[in-house]
Design a protein around this ligand. Structure first.
Ligand code: ADP
Length: 524
């Protein structure tokens, strides 16, 4: 397995896999959490509702105790005194508008109410008669020494009757019935209690269960959603509901779940992109490291051949074995040619290092392209024809002048000619050509050599890259030539175009931007 693949597997196993397993587990659990959170919320809210119910029972029960205490002082049959006691109790007790005393054995009753005088005691008696069994049950409780409040029923949709047994009463009655004004009870007595609950985030409302009409709410904003609701134990026609101030519990839980999902997904995306970038960075570094190693071996190889030739011919000359002057001349020529090659390689590497570190400076001068290309052609034509090449020069007339660093551009063109020679096999034809369009002046080097595969067209300009194809493998090189060419042309704000057909040949086009004069004409 390649190091890159190994790294990818490692990253997936160590980072991605655990995070995916964890995320799947978390997402699976979210529903469960959602339900649990909802239950916790609901329980809390129900506790508040329970406390309201408990309070209404406690306060009514305390009234019952108070009445029992009051009655223990008034003795039957002093009805006037009894009436006065009841009236005093009714006056003191907010929301109780009447009290009926009842003897479950003799069926006698005594009724007293406040000044409004709107309640008919026959109606109360009627309801008592309908609830005979309830009184029997309460009597049994009483015998066991236990008092319980029981709801008897509603009259006029306005009053609720609540009964309880009177223990140790001197009045001669064993039951009392409170006529409770439901509205007053809710809006004064209960409201006070509810408003004292420290619940900034809750809305507590009391509403009529059958008509859904709101009687009281801690919020001025009316909502038809009463949230969780419970019947009031003492006023069964009414319910109390509780809700969160600005959201329902469901939407709160949904929001939380949504945030959790998004966080998990985002986290995974971050991890995946992290892995992607680490992988890309490491595999690029690995590739570059390999290219550098190849580069060192390529350069050593390039240096060894001329050095071997130079030392061999120099030794031969030193031993003075060669008598013919002609042969000697040839050896000197070879030594100087190989020295030139050596210094070319060294220069190329030095120039590359300079350009890479941004230290290379360019000396631009106005140049006639044709003159410039002609000079290169003249210098190289013998070298090329000596190597069996048909070297053709095609110059387009009247080209606009361009500003170039002549030394750098000749280095680029020579590199291209060098490559054209190296990568030509049977068809040894190289054309050096100048041309132009509206925006650019071109210098082209065309060969009919081995060509470049489509997929390698971009790569060949990368530093250290050499295409290792069967045929090229034997060709010497450093992989720096084309990257140097593109760096130089970039510094001229120009472009390099490469057209190539594998097996047929390549065309490298150096394009220099034409400088326009202010009136739009070209410089010539
Ligand atoms: P090298 O020192 O290997 O020639 P270059 O950067 O000059 O380095 O070229 C990079 C690669 O591009 C070469 O190894 C070769 O495969 C390919 N190449 C360059 N010029 C030509 C050409 N004229 N014809 C075919 N292939 C070429």
């Amino acid at each position: 397995m390649s190091p890159e693949k190994r790294l990818l597997v490692f990253l997936i196993l160590i980072v991605l896999l655990p995070s995916i397993i964890y995320s799947t587990f978390e997402i699976g659990n979210l529903n469960d959490y959602e339900k649990r959170i909802q239950t916790i919320y609901n329980n809390q809210l129900e506790t508040v509702l329970f406390s309201i119910n408990q309070f209404s029972e406690d306060i009514t029960s305390s009234w019952a105790s108070q009445l029992t205490r009051d009655l223990s002082e008034s003795k039957f049959p002093d009805k006037a005194k009894l009436n006065a006691t009841l009236n005093e109790f009714i006056r003191r007790t907010e929301s109780i508008e009447g009290v009926l005393l009842y003897n479950s054995e003799t069926k006698e009753s005594f009724f007293s109410e406040n000044e409004s005088q709107i309640i008919k005691d026959e109606e109360i008696i009627k309801i008592i008669d309908e609830n005979n069994s309830l009184f029997e049950k309460l009597s049994r409780y009483k015998d066991a020494g236990y008092r319980k409040l029981e709801v008897l029923g509603e009259i006029d949709n306005k009053f609720q009757l609540i009964t309880f047994s009177i223990v140790n009463s001197l009045s001669g009655f064993d039951f009392a019935v409170f006529v409770l004004n439901q509205n007053t009870f809710i809006t004064s007595v209960l409201a006070r209690k509810i408003e004292s609950i420290p619940a900034e985030n809750f809305v507590v409302s009391i509403f009529n269960t059958s008509s859904d009409s709101l009687l009281f709410s801690t919020s001025t904003v009316r909502s038809d959603d009463f949230g969780i609701s419970k019947k009031l134990w003492l006023l069964p026609e009414y319910s109390t509901g509780i809700n969160l101030m600005d959201k329902t519990i469901e939407s709160l839980v949904r929001d939380r779940t949504w945030i959790s999902y998004t966080t998990i997904i985002l986290l995974n995306l971050v991890i995946i992109s992290g892995i992607f970038f680490i992988f890309k960075f490491v595999s690029q570094t690995v590739k570059l490291a390999k290219l550098k190693t190849d580069f060192v071996s390529n350069v050593s190889h390039e240096l060894r051949t001329p050095l071997a030739l130079i030392s061999m011919f120099a030794e031969t000359l030193e031993l003075d074995r060669i008598k013919s002057e002609e042969k000697k001349k040839e050896y000197y020529r070879i030594i100087s040619q190989e020295t030139g090659r050596l210094s070319n390689i060294v220069n190329r590497i030095l120039n590359f290092a300079k350009t890479e570190s941004g230290k290379r400076t360019y000396k631009f001068s106005q140049t006639d392209v044709n003159e410039f290309v002609q000079k290169i052609y003249d210098t190289y034509k013998f070298h090329l024809s000596n190597n069996g090449f048909n070297f053709i020069l095609e110059l387009k007339e009247n080209l606009p002048g361009i500003e170039i660093d002549q030394e750098a551009i000749s280095e680029a063109v020579i590199n291209l000619i060098d490559n054209a020679m190296k990568y030509s096999s049977e068809r040894k034809k190289i054309t050096l050509r100048t041309a132009a369009n509206e925006e650019f002046v071109f210098v082209e080097v065309r060969d009919e050599g081995i060509g470049i595969k489509k997929e390698d067209l971009k790569r060949v300009f990368e530093k250290f890259v050499r295409i290792s194809d069967g045929e090229i493998h034997n060709t010497k090189g450093t992989g720096l030539g084309l990257s140097l060419v593109s760096q130089i042309i970039e510094a001229h704000n120009g472009k390099v175009e490469l057209l190539s057909t594998y097996g047929k040949g390549s065309l490298f086009r150096l394009m220099f931007p034409v400088k326009k004069m202010k009136n739009g004409n070209n410089y010539v």
